[in-house]
Each structure stands twice: as structure tokens, then as C-alpha cells.
Design a protein around this ligand. Structure first.
Ligand SMILES: [Zn+2]
Length: 159
């Protein structure tokens, strides 16, 4: 379970990160905040590009910032958009997170209108918690995934 005293701080950081979005093409601001094992919070926003393929998501911005500053272990991630429901990381971000985050690391998906009561469709058994937050992890978001340990497996010689 996510440490409660850092939970609200991480959520606030995700909202703060979203303010730094550069998303003139999609008009879909996203903020992410990553809690490192050292206890620091690293923020990221989505940064788009006129050459669309150069766009980077908020989650990958946060993880690239953190890793390039020397953090390799993470305790939690919060992601927020302007949509009034929880929005999941894209497939590419899930794979990038898989490189550095444990399968059971809490990922908090924050509705844009946080905090609010749960909607009728948001059941606690589906991970919905206080404020409309959906708590999930990589085991749920990226099941049967490929990660660094697969590259350590013995292989046949030759081509
Ligand atoms: Zn993404």
C-alpha cells in the first residue's frame, strides 16, 4: 500500500507538473510525478513537437529526468490529465516504466477533477480509492511483460 504521507504530496506534484506541459497540438496536458527510493519527487510533463514523433509523454519525461540524475529505484508514480476520470499511461510508457519499476509499484491515476467522490462505475475492487484515484501497477497495466531479466536468459549459440 502506498505510504499515505507521501500520497497527497505526489498527487500535488503531478498537478504542478501538468502546468509545465507543452501540448499545443493535442491540447491534452499530462503531468507525472515519480517518487524515488531516495525520497525525492521528480516531475514530468508531456512535451510535444511539430514533428509529432518527437513528442515525449509526461511519464517518460519524469523517468528520463530521474534516471539521468542518478535515481534507478522508484516507490510510486502519479499521473494526471484534465479528463475527469483516471487515464492510463500509453503502451510505450508502460514499457519504459517496466525497465526501472517493480511490477507491484503503486501507480496512482488521478482524475483531473480530484478530489471528488467515487462515481458509480468506480468500484474499490477495481482499484478506485479516495478522491477518485485509481491505484494500479505494472502487473495490471503490462501483464506478461518483457523486461531486463529476459535478456539475461541463456540463449542458443549461432544466428
Ligand atoms: Zn506515454
Amino acid at each position: 500500500m502506498f505510504p499515505n504521507e507521501r500520497r497527497s504530496e505526489l498527487i500535488e506534484a503531478a498537478f504542478a507538473a501538468k502546468k509545465q506541459t507543452y501540448s499545443p497540438y493535442s491540447s491534452f496536458p499530462v503531468g507525472a510525478a515519480l517518487l524515488t527510493a531516495e525520497g525525492t519527487i521528480v516531475k514530468g510533463a508531456n512535451i510535444e513537437n511539430a514533428s509529432y514523433g518527437g513528442t515525449i509523454c509526461a511519464e517518460r519525461t519524469a523517468i528520463v529526468k530521474a534516471v539521468s540524475e542518478g535515481s534507478r529505484h522508484f516507490i510510486g508514480l502519479a499521473v494526471v490529465t484534465n479528463v475527469p476520470s483516471s487515464i492510463s499511461p500509453c503502451g510505450m510508457c508502460r514499457q519504459v516504466l517496466r525497465e526501472f519499476c517493480a511490477n507491484d509499484m503503486p501507480i496512482l491515476l488521478i482524475p483531473g477533477d480530484y478530489p471528488r467522490p467515487l462515481k458509480e462505475t468506480e468500484k474499490p475492487e477495481n482499484g478506485y480509492t479516495e478522491g477518485g484515484v485509481r491505484e494500479t501497477n505494472l502487473a495490471e497495466l503490462l501483464p506478461d511483460s518483457f523486461g531486463p531479466e529476459q535478456l539475461e536468459l541463456p540463449r542458443n549459440a549461432g544466428v
